[in-house]
Design a binder for this molecule. Structure first.
Ligand code: 13P
Ligand code: SF4
Length: 307
């Protein structure tokens, strides 16, 4: 844990070096607040992917988890992309392999494969189109196929299936260990402790938790909802970084984190000193072969092209 003085010194040096090195710092909303504060761009995974694709800087420093930095490289391959903590992965992304997808494809040859971006480049490469939590419904509706194989998140997949009942879904069994921890009882308890507060939740949660929500959306959509909705108090069912951001930038309202377990240990690995080191040493670089990039590019580009 850094002291306020250390945070200031590290941040100043990061801001100086960022200019000198022509670097763009992107940060996901689950990153520590002090990292979001030195970033040029912050957002949900879809917004960050789009901004990474459009980046003109020589160097992209991606503060998030590895699938996000990998997607940035795939969408903007001539840039040098570095991730401050190479060991920051996504536990959900590791739950599905390309072999799993190929097996499902063989079983359901008429189905389209929709792959949540929380997955490896190799898994994306054997899928038809990617999606994030902010665009999954649109992505599925854009496809002519009646059958959809959805990987890896069973909760996001089930949520989308409910919104698009005209299609048949084959769901993979992956899940986010952070969001899966939340229970419907915790929602009831939080509602009785904070009567009148609205409950906003991420679709990676279990169905019985989503059933109790006033709003379901991506990290950005949850933030927008809290800022725009004319209510003074919210219960937040996603990672603590979203609550930290809301409390800092919109202190006129109250936000209650639904459960103390809503911490993504991988997202929290990155510290300011890691960002500084990433800028100084330009590492760890995301290295992918042309073939790997080319194979995963189309599913991501198809997603970005959807209006
Ligand atoms: P968002 O796309 O909503 O930012 O979600 C990313 C993620 O990893 C959620 O756990
Ligand atoms: Fe992956 Fe869950 Fe962490 Fe998001 S919160 S990065 S889905 S482990």
């Amino acid at each position: 844990m850094n002291t306020p003085d250390e945070i200031k010194a590290l941040s100043d040096e990061i801001l100086r070096l960022k200019k000198e090195k022509d670097a763009l710092i992107l940060a996901h909303y689950y990153q520590r607040l002090e990292i979001q504060q030195v970033a040029d761009i912050f957002g949900d995974s879809f917004e960050l992917a789009k901004k990474a694709k459009a980046a003109e800087n020589r160097l992209i420093v991606f503060c998030g988890v590895s699938f996000m930095a990998e997607s940035a490289k795939i969408l903007n391959p001539t840039k040098k992309v570095v991730i401050p903590r190479a060991d920051a992965g996504c536990r959900m992304a590791n739950m599905v392999t390309p072999e799993d997808v190929l097996k499902l494809r063989a079983e359901y040859p008429d189905a389209a494969v929709v792959c949540y971006v929380n997955s490896s480049a190799a898994t994306k490469a054997v899928s038809d189109i990617c999606c994030t939590s902010s665009n999954a419904i649109k992505v599925v509706r854009s496809l002519p196929n009646r059958r959809i194989i959805f990987v890896p998140d069973k909760n996001l997949g089930a949520y989308v299936a409910k919104q698009v009942p005209e299609k048949e879904f084959i769901l993979h069994s992956g899940f986010c260990p952070t969001h899966r921890n939340i229970t419907a009882d915790e929602v009831d308890r939080a509602r009785s402790e904070h009567p009148g507060a609205l409950f906003a939740v991420h679709p990676e949660c279990e169905e019985e938790v989503l059933a109790k929500a006033d709003f379901i959306g991506s990290t950005s959509q949850i933030i927008d909802y809290c800022v725009r909705t004319d209510a003074p108090e919210f219960i937040i069912g996603t990672e603590v970084g979203v609550v930290d951001r809301l409390a800092f930038y919109h202190p006129e309202k109250k936000y209650h984190l639904l459960s103390p377990w809503l911490v993504c240990s991988d997202m929290k690995k990155t510290e300011l000193s890691d960002v500084l080191r990433a800028l100084e040493t330009e590492s760890s670089e995301v290295v992918m072969s042309d073939g790997e990039i080319e194979a995963a590019r189309l599913p991501l580009e198809r997603m970005v092209a959807i209006k």
